[in-house]
Design a protein around this ligand. Structure first.
Ligand SMILES: Cc1cc2nc3c(=O)[nH]c(=O)nc-3n(C[C@H](O)[C@H](O)[C@H](O)COP(=O)(O)OP(=O)(O)OC[C@H]3O[C@@H](n4cnc5c(N)ncnc54)[C@H](O)[C@@H]3O)c2cc1C
Ligand SMILES: *[C@@H]1O[C@H](CO)[C@@H](O)[C@H](O)[C@H]1NC(C)=O
Ligand SMILES: *[C@@H]1O[C@H](CO)[C@@H](O)[C@H](O)[C@H]1NC(C)=O
Ligand SMILES: *[C@@H]1O[C@H](CO)[C@@H](O)[C@H](O)[C@H]1NC(C)=O
Ligand SMILES: *[C@@H]1O[C@H](CO)[C@@H](O)[C@H](O)[C@H]1NC(C)=O
Length: 847
């Protein structure tokens, strides 16, 4: 099944993490390569270990080495941070969450083992990995590179990749070449970039009593820090970091002997690994150890013509964050992806790649392709690099600032940091030529590239579909806007008059402050005045319309908030509904709702909500929102209508005006409390995922049904209490041409405007639901699953609006969508995603 291979040939210098991962990537893209490694052993035991994070595991899963690696480790469970005096500073969140969220556990093992497994799985391509090949020189010719080794052998290729670590020969040759191309200043800057400020003694030790398998221990001290991991069967990996006497650059960087190492360690033997285990206990059981300076550098130029560098050779970071190896893997995999597009491009131009004697890709094409790759890498790596740099200094309490962070900030943000880290990992790369592994599709935080965007997800296509909402907005401004314009003079007159008289003779003093905050009184006083005609009961019909309308706003605003609180969204997304809510209080929800719904629809395609647990809303959030809606919003709404004194009703209305802000503020503490009272199932629980899903849909169900019930009952109440002889429709529908007629009084104008307000917000809500149903229906059809019928949906909507009113119908419609969403998401997770269902999905196994 050997496919025709491109003549494009890559010479990889260095056969470690970066080099071997790239070899796998090129192998899977049928690109020719050779790996030149200077050592005589592909996987030497030098005491080094490596942490493997889920996004690296996903690539390892793609190339079939994950299972073997997984068998060697004890997944990390928790982290403890100790102080120099042996006091526990903090214990981290449950790291098993990582595996639930991203499909793969956080792991730590011998780097030697990883290299051996990577090499073994190259299979027949092992013959392309050559040992004892120390590269010394590179000739860059217009049509190829010639790589010279110390044993006088030479290798030719189209491209040379420097995966040769921190003292990279290829990087130096690239700089020499850059100088010949006139990049003198740039090269001089690069040459000065590498610095070392810390050194590190790292090693592997036999099981040490007192250290628990699956635990990671850190110790923060002045000028030093310790990192100790206990993995499978208690095997211990340790790192001892210490600040050097000065910052070294380039050539004066020290090299350490065994004597240096022993002298260094001796000074710190009494330092605590945990409260009960001193460092000496670990050192006594050492199997192998090494001392190195920790170079740090993030270079700006990663490639030039036929030269490119990956891994430590171009981004060398401190190991405290454990990301160096993961970044090397990411750079290797993404380089393989980029080279694949270059070579495919070559083949698609009609050239017979299997027959032509050498690759026809010009040096300019290669350079352009690599520059694009470099730009993409440089958009992602600097954050990780800075994170590693800072963590080293925080752990070594390098300055008062870092000390403050170590003791007073980090301990309280453990779960926030974990969230952030997981989120960053979802944006990682994989090999494009291989499908997403099944394991990576079943996790709760979906990788952004797991479910490729369909054309229906494109923002401009969605923007076209919101045309009916734009029409709603236009209709709202033509009707409601016109009426408000005409009512304005009456409103101004009323304010100037300073009082308002209800039909029962009660007089409200409008100049008297309600909020006792000048700013709020000026801003919201006129708004509260606009509600007086209906809440005072001067106009009995308007009173009933408003009672039902204001009640219906609770499911509407509740749903706006919930949509922004799904797992897929960052917390700041909640500012969208809050802003829309505030704007609605001033401009009328009839004007704002169409805009809000349009933005929400364009910004949140189904592909964003469906994968993993993206759709899920923390049950404590949903529950707390329901409690605060019923307990604050609905009660205050009824208080607008019930008390005998109009003055009291006016006062409650003033409170009601604040709900877009007060409601979320009230919801937050209740949600935090609920999270305490009903903690999520621990990640060790094998049913955790199902339990979370079930809890989510149950709370959502309770939410929409309760609000539908309240709205429905209120609507039925208006039906039974309306003045005899008035048809129900006349409460809610203004006449067709009413907005053209002149306004005759303040209360008549206000009544009319509020009718339009309700009509337009209801119309846009139903349009939005229809758009959401259509997108679900399309997705179901593409997976040939049962779909619903439009006739039934429209019929149900009409019947429900007639019987229960628009608010209850909106809540039930949204609830129906949630139920369908849940079904679809669950079936996608059990059966692969839509596009993978077509037989592409293969379990990557150890076979
Ligand atoms: C103390 C320490 C602890 C670390 N801990 C972690 C960790 O916990 N987690 C993590 O993710 N990362 C860790 N790292 C970093 C991680 O080991 C590296 O990021 C990773 O190995 C980088 O891989 P690489 O292939 O780029 O370079 P290297 O692993 O350095 O490999 C370079 C290879 O090139 C070969 N080579 C060099 N020169 C030549 C030449 N002229 N010709 C031919 N071959 C050559 C070398 O022999 C070597 O095999 C740690 C690093 C250090 C120093
Ligand atoms: C490589 O070539 C040089 C010069 O021709 C020679 O001196 C050296 O011995 C050769 N080395 C090997 C390993 O063959
Ligand atoms: C995984 O994510 C981390 C953190 O964002 C990043 O540093 C690393 O390069 C990623 N690795 C891979 C293989 O994508
Ligand atoms: C392409 O290569 C194949 C196999 O090597 C050969 O049979 C065929 O004739 C070639 N086609 C062209 C257009 O050169
Ligand atoms: C209304 O209240 C203001 C301030 O409390 C007061 O100055 C004014 O006289 C009152 N007007 C009437 C008509 O009661």
């Amino acid at each position: 099944m050997e496919a025709p291979q491109s003549k494009f040939r890559v010479v990889i210098v260095g056969g470690s993490i970066a080099g071997l991962t790239l070899a796998h990537g090129l192998l899977r893209n049928n690109i020719d390569f050779v790996v030149l490694e200077s050592r005589d052993d592909i996987a030497p035991q030098v005491g080094a270990s490596i942490s493997i994070n889920p996004n690296g595991s996903r690539i390892f899963d793609q190339i079939g080495v994950f299972d073997e690696i997984r068998d060697l480790v004890e997944p990390l469970r928790q982290e403890e941070i100790w102080s120099d005096s042996g006091k526990l500073i903090t214990r981290s969140v449950d790291l098993r969450l990582v595996s639930e969220r991203l499909g793969y556990p956080a792991m730590f093992l011998d780097r030697q083992a990883v290299l051996a497994i990577l090499y073994k799985h190259l299979g027949a391509a092992q013959s392309r990995v050559l040992l004892n090949k120390k590269v010394t020189e590179v000739d860059h010719l217009p049509e190829k590179v010639v790589v010279h080794c110390a044993d006088n052998t030479t290798f030719e290729g189209d491209l040379v990749v420097g995966a040769d670590g921190v003292r990279s020969t290829i990087r130096y040759r690239m700089w020499d070449y850059m100088e010949t191309r006139g990049l003198i200043r740039e090269t001089a800057e690069e040459r000065k970039r590498m610095k070392s400020e810390y050194n590190c003694v790292f090693g592997i030790a036999e099981p040490t009593p007192g250290l628990v398998s699956g635990m990671l221990y850190r110790t923060y001290g002045e000028g030093y820090s310790l990192l100790v991991i206990s993995s499978k069967h208690g095997r211990v990996y340790y790192f001892f970091f210490a600040k050097m006497d000065k910052v070294y650059t380039g050539n004066d960087t020290p090299q350490y002997s065994q004597a240096d190492l022993e002298e260094q360690v001796a000074k710190y033997l009494g330092k605590p690994v945990t409260g009960t285990v001193p460092f000496s206990e670990v050192i006594q059981r050492t199997v192998t150890q090494t001392m190195v300076p920790l170079e740090e550098a993030l270079f700006k130029h990663w490639c030039m013509d036929r030269f490119v560098c990956i891994g430590d050779s171009i981004h060398k970071m401190t190991p405290n964050l454990g990301q160096g190896g993961m970044c090397a893997i990411e750079s290797a995999a993404s380089l393989a992806n980029s080279l694949a597009t270059l070579v495919v491009h070559d083949a698609s131009e009609g050239k017979n790649i299997s027959a032509s004697s050498s690759s026809s890709i010009s040096v300019d094409e290669i350079h352009r392709c690599l520059k694009n790759w470099e730009a993409a890498r440089l958009a992602r790596i600097p954050t990780v690099y800075a994170g590693s740099r800072d963590l080293t200094r925080i752990e070594a309490l390098a300055s008062p600032k870092y000390k403050f962070i170590a003791f007073y900030i980090l301990p309280y943000f453990g779960s926030y940091l974990l969230d952030l880290n997981c989120l960053m990992m979802t944006g990682s790369v994989k090999l494009d030529c291989e499908p997403a592994p099944a394991r990576s599709l079943q996790c709760t935080m979906a990788y952004t590239d797991s479910y490729p965007q369909t054309s229906a997800d494109k923002a401009w296509k969605r923007a076209l579909k919101v045309a009916p909402l734009v029409a709603c907005y236009a209709a709202a401004s033509a009707t409601m806007g016109a009426v408000v314009q005409k009512t304005m003079p009456y409103l101004i007159k009323q304010i100037a008059q300073g009082t308002w008289m209800a039909s029962n003779g009660e007089v409200i003093n409008l100049t008297e402050p309600i909020y006792h905050v000048q700013f709020l009184d000026n801003l919201l006083g006129p708004m509260a005045l606009c509600f007086l005609p209906s809440i005072s009961g001067s106009d009995p019909q308007s009173r009933l319309q408003m009672l039902s309308f204001m009640t219906d706003l609770s499911p509407v605003y509740g749903i706006w908030l919930l949509e922004s609180l799904r797992n897929s969204e960052s917390w700041y997304k909640v500012l969208l509904p809050i802003t829309a809510g505030i704007a609605s209080q001033f401009c009328g929800i009839g004007m704002i709702a169409p805009l809000y719904f349009a933005v929400e629809y364009i910004a949140t395609p189904l592909s964003r909500i469906l994968p993993g647990h993206n759709r899920i809303i923390d049950p404590s959030t949903t529950g707390a929102l329901l409690v605060s809606l019923l307990g604050s919003y609905n009660l205050i709404t009824y208080a607008n209508f019930i008390p005998r004194a109009i003055e009291t009703r006016h006062w409650y209305n003033a409170i009601w005006q604040l709900f877009p802000v007060t409601l979320p503020l009230l919801q937050l503490p209740i949600a935090l409390l609920a999270r305490r009272l009903f903690p999520r199932p621990p990640p060790a629980d094998p049913d955790a995922k199902t339990k979370i899903q079930r809890r989510n849909i149950r709370t959502v169900r309770f939410f929409y049904r309760t609000l539908a019930l309240v709205s429905g009952l209120t609507f039925i109440y208006t039906r039974f209490t309306k003045p005899q002889g008035t048809p129900m429709a006349s409460l809610f529908f203004p006449g067709l041409t009413e907005h053209l007629a002149p306004v005759t009084s303040f209360s008549q104008g206000i009544t009319l405007a509020l009718q339009y307000d309700q009509l337009m917000s209801v119309a846009s809500g139903f349009v939005w639901l229809a758009l959401r149903f259509r997108e679900l229906k399309e997705r179901q059809e593409s997976r040939s699953e049962a779909t619903f019928s439009w006739w039934k949906a429209v019929g149900a909507c009409a019947a429900s609006t007639f019987a229960l009113g628009p608010g209850a119908t909106f809540a039930l419609g949204w609830g129906w969508r949630e139920e369908m969403l849940e079904q679809l998401a669950v079936s996608m997770q059990s059966g692969g995603s839509g596009h993978l269902a077509e037989g592409e999905v293969v379990m990557q196994g150890g076979k």
